[in-house]
Design a protein around this ligand. Structure first.
Ligand SMILES: [Zn+2]
Length: 404
C-alpha cells in the first residue's frame, strides 16, 4: 500500500491542533487533536512512499513507535486515505492507459469523496469500463445523456431510436448539426464514441438474451423524445425490463418541465405501473386524459428548452452513474422535477402501489433499501453525516471527531 491522503479534500487548520479535510458540509471532516509534527507528516502521505519508507521517515522525525501505523489506520478508518496502487487488476490496467486516466482524473477525484476504503475510487472508475448501458431515445436529452455516460468512462453505451435526425434534435454535447438527415441511432452512437475517453472495446462474448428483455444491460435509461411518454410512461413498454429484472431510469422533458426518475429496481422500488396507479387514485380522470394524449395527433415539434434538456440529461446521467457505482440515488422511488422559469428542483415521491403487479409494495422495503447494504454496501458513504457519526463511534474517544 502507498498511502495517500485524499487530495480531493482541501486541508486547513481550524486551530493549533485540529485539521479540517474538505470544504463543503457534504464531505468535510475534522481531525484532532493533532500535533504539528503529525500534521507535517501528512504531507508525506502523497502516494509516493510505501509503509516501510513512511515508518523510516517517522523515526527520522522523532515520531513515537507505532505512530505512523496508527495514523494511517485512523485516516483509513475515517475514509480520508487512498492507496496510490490499490483497486485491483482492473485499476492497474487503467493506470497503464495514462491518456485515458488523465481524461478521467476529475471523476476519479470525485469518486474518492464517495468511496471509503483505500483504492476503492479507482476500482470503481475501472469498473465503469465493464458496464453496459442502453439509452432509449436520441433526442436533445437522450443523445447528450448517452455522451455524458461515455465521457465518464462507461464502457458501452448503446442508443436506440428510430427515424432520422431533425434540425431540432441538434444539441451541444449530443447530435451535431452535420448529422441532420442521418439515422438517429447511428448518429447518437457516433456522438457516444466521440465522447468516450477510450476507443470502444470489442465484446468478447456474445450477448445472451433469454426472454424478451435486455438482461445484458446494467441499466436501461428511457429518455423519450415524445412528451406524453415522458409525462405518463407506459407500464406495458417496461414489461420486458420488469420481467428480466433490469434496472431502468426515466428522464425527459415535457412542456416546460424536466423529469428525472424514477429509477426502477424491479420488485424493490416503485415502477411506471405504480406511478400510473397512484395517479389514477388521486385523479379518476387520469386514464381518460392519457388515452387522449396518446391518441392525439402530434404536432410536429414538441416544446423542449435546450438548457432544460441539457440539465435533465446531466442530472439523469449523474443518477445513472451513482447507481452504476453501487449507490442508490434519490431517484429510486421518486421523480425529480423542475420547471422553467423558476427552476427549483423538487422530488415527488412515488409509492409502490399495492395494485401494481411489480410487487414492490408487498416488499414494502423501498425505504429500507439504503440500509440493506447487501448489493450496495458502500451506500453509507453517500450520506457523510451518518458515515461520520458511524466512523466516530469506532474511534477512540477524544482522538477523532467528525465535523460536517
Ligand atoms: Zn409497480
Amino acid at each position: 500500500m502507498h498511502p495517500m491522503v485524499k487530495p480531493a479534500l482541501r486541508r486547513g487548520w481550524r486551530d493549533l491542533n485540529t485539521v479540517q479535510f474538505g470544504m463543503t458540509p457534504a464531505h468535510a471532516m475534522t481531525l484532532g487533536p493533532m500535533d504539528l509534527a503529525t500534521g507535517s507528516f501528512l504531507d508525506l502521505l502523497n502516494g509516493t512512499r510505501g509503509l516501510e519508507l513512511l515508518r523510516e521517515e517517522g523515526r527520522r522525525m522523532d515520531l513515537p513507535d507505532g505512530h505512523v501505523d496508527g495514523l494511517v489506520r485512523g485516516l483509513a478508518r475515517a475514509g480520508l486515505l487512498d492507496d496510490a496502487r490499490g483497486g485491483g487488476p482492473a485499476a492497474d490496467a487503467l493506470r497503464k492507459k495514462k491518456e485515458v486516466l488523465d481524461r478521467l482524473r476529475p471523476d476519479l477525484a470525485s469518486l474518492s469523496l464517495t468511496t471509503s476504503a483505500p483504492g476503492d475510487a479507482i476500482g470503481q472508475l475501472a469498473a465503469r469500463r465493464s458496464q453496459r448501458v442502453q439509452v432509449r431515445g436520441a433526442g436533445r436529452v437522450g443523445a447528450v445523456l448517452a455522451s455524458l455516460l461515455a465521457g465518464a468512462g462507461v464502457a458501452e453505451v448503446d442508443v436506440l431510436d428510430g427515424g432520422r435526425v431533425e434540425p431540432w434534435d441538434v444539441a451541444p454535447g449530443g447530435l451535431p448539426a452535420e448529422s441532420v438527415g442521418d439515422r438517429r441511432d447511428e448518429s447518437a452512437r457516433r456522438a457516444v464514441r466521440r465522447a468516450a475517453p477510450d476507443r470502444p472495446r470489442r465484446r468478447a462474448t456474445a450477448q445472451t438474451s433469454p426472454g424478451a428483455g435486455d438482461p445484458g444491460f446494467s441499466l436501461v435509461i428511457i429518455a423519450p423524445r415524445d412528451d406524453v411518454a415522458v409525462h405518463a410512461p407506459d407500464p406495458a413498454a417496461a414489461e420486458p425490463l420488469m420481467a428480466s429484472g433490469t434496472p431502468h431510469l426515466y428522464a425527459g422533458v415535457v412542456e416546460g418541465t424536466g423529469v428525472v426518475g424514477p429509477l426502477v429496481l424491479p420488485g424493490e422500488t416503485s415502477c411506471a405501473g405504480c406511478l400510473q396507479e397512484g395517479r389514477t387514485d388521486r385523479d379518476p380522470a387520469w386514464p381518460r386524459l392519457v388515452a387522449q394524449w396518446r391518441s392525439g395527433r402530434q404536432r410536429q415539434v414538441r416544446p423542449c428548452d435546450l438548457t432544460l434538456a441539457t440539465t435533465v440529461a446531466g442530472l439523469a446521467a449523474a443518477h445513472a452513474l451513482a447507481f452504476l457505482d453501487g449507490k442508490v440515488p434519490s431517484s429510486a422511488g421518486s421523480r425529480w422535477e423542475v420547471s422553467v422559469p423558476g427552476l427549483r428542483w423538487h422530488a415527488r415521491s412515488i409509492r409502490a402501489h399495492p395494485e401494481c403487479p411489480c410487487a414492490a409494495a408487498e416488499r414494502g422495503k423501498g425505504e429500507h433499501l439504503s440500509e440493506d447494504g447487501e448489493s450496495h454496501e458502500t451506500m453509507a458513504v453517500q450520506r457523510p453525516s451518518e458515515q461520520c457519526r458511524e466512523a466516530e463511534a469506532e474511534r477512540p474517544a477524544g482522538t477523532w471527531r467528525a465535523h460536517v
